[in-house]
Design a protein around this ligand. Structure first.
Ligand SMILES: Nc1ncnc2c1ncn2[C@@H]1O[C@H](COP(=O)(O)OP(=O)(O)OP(=O)(O)O)[C@@H](O)[C@H]1O
Length: 368
């Protein structure tokens, strides 16, 4: 028998397609995840993230393609034989069993020796700080504690790869941020490969070594959080990451002698040709200039490669920061700034930004 191996990857997905009847949910998808990497699958509801995770877990029969875990073709293997542990949003604990029994259930089924089971439970309980809860039933636990037990159940199985499907989305905001930090610490301690599904961009940015941004069953960009934030490949990715969302000014790229500029209704932004060093400068035509609200300065003096006058329409205090809304070239535009220096509605202000920090997208929405 020929053994197919994917090189140097902990999890490899090759040309994966999955249809539900006539609906194509995943289309010839490829993904290579390195050993020990924390990868987040991020995207809007219905984009296929959970479906992809379930395919890797073996919970769905795929339509086409192959899946490798630790170099082994597991495409047609049972979930239990794949070396994965899965944590769901809904905890999926046995309500009639104590925490200890919940943790040991799979190990008892697999007929592991008693002392080995006890050791593994003790270690997981210590890591997750649930030692005092081992004799309780799930009904007597808080949501956060239940999710710890659910993570513990994956932990005791000593798996190669952890799969998380929106594990924190049933918890309140405070608990969510606490457990987020704990999952990060858990990854640092265990150094296992982890694949984590969420639609929460903060979770994605804070947890991931790399984020795969998905839309309509297709991975749009797979890169480090900062790279996705700074150099989004298209308008969808640019708009999905960052809060508040990136500003998009509709206009066109024009020639200005030997230079290029972005023009929109009385506005002219010089475009440095350095920015296009990795490709040819764009041809003149319809385009959108994307600039993040936090990369715009307000009333902070001269010296900006681009500056313009505007009148403040709405001011939204957000605590330490304030969001200022105004119109630029007749289009909605937001600036995020320190609350101490925030203007008031009706004030005339000067905004400035460095076009090198902006992103330029063509009419199809792709990055130029
Ligand atoms: N059993 C099924 N039969 C038919 N269509 C399905 C089935 N399961 C999922 N789908 C469809 O597949 C698409 C992807 O679903 P999936 O659950 O993977 O999305 P998701 O990105 O995880 O979204 P969410 O964040 O809402 O869970 C959706 O359009 C969904 O309606």
């Amino acid at each position: 028998m020929r053994v197919e191996r994917a090189i140097n990857a902990s999890v490899s997905v090759r040309d994966l397609s999955l249809n539900f009847g006539a609906v194509q949910v995943l289309q010839a998808l490829n993904l290579d995840i390195a050993e020990g990497e924390f990868v987040v699958l991020l995207g809007p509801s219905g984009c296929g993230k959970s479906t992809l995770l379930n395919c890797i877990a073996g919970l769905l029969d795929i339509t086409d393609g192959r899946i490798f875990i630790k170099g082994r073709n597991v495409t047609w293997e049972e979930p239990k034989d794949r070396g994965i542990g899965m944590v769901f949003q809904s905890y999926a604990l046995y309500p009639q069993m104590s925490v200890e029994k919940n943790l040991s259930f799979g190990l008892r089924v697999a007929r592991l020796p008693k002392d080995e089971i006890a050791q593994r439970i003790a270690r997981a309980a210590e890591i997750l700080q649930i030692e005092q809860l081992l004799q309780r039933k799930p009904a007597a636990l808080s949501g956060g504690q239940r999710q710890r037990v659910a993570i513990g159940r994956a932990l005791v199985r000593d798996v190669d790869v952890f799969l998380f499907d929106e594990p924190l989305s049933n918890l309140d905001a405070k608990l969510r941020s606490e457990l987020r930090v704990e999952i990060k610490l858990l990854h640092r301690r265990l150094q296992n490969t982890m694949i984590y599904v969420t639609h929460d961009q903060i979770e994605a940015m804070t947890l991931a070594d790399r984020i795969a941004v998905m839309r309509g069953g297709v991975i749009q960009q797979f890169d480090a959080p900062q790279a996705i934030y700074n150099r989004p490949v298209n308008r969808f990715v640019a708009g999905f990451l960052g809060s508040p969302a990136m500003n998009f000014l509709e206009g066109q790229v024009e020639k200005d002698g030997p230079y290029l500029r972005f023009a929109a209704d009385g506005l002219s932004v010089p475009l440095s040709t350095y920015a296009f060093a990795d490709g040819a400068p764009p041809a003149p035509g319809a385009a959108a200039l994307g600039i993040r609200p936090e990369h715009v300065s307000l009333n902070s003096g001269d010296g900006w490669p681009f500056s313009a006058q505007a009148v403040v329409e709405v001011v939204e205090p957000m605590g330490s920061d304030t969001l200022v809304w105004l119109k630029l070239a007749g289009q909605k535009f937001s600036v995020r700034m320190s609350s101490e220096r925030a203007p008031q509605a009706g004030d005339q202000v000067t905004i400035g930004f460095d076009p090198m920090r902006a992103s330029l997208f063509d009419a199809a929405g792709d990055r130029l």
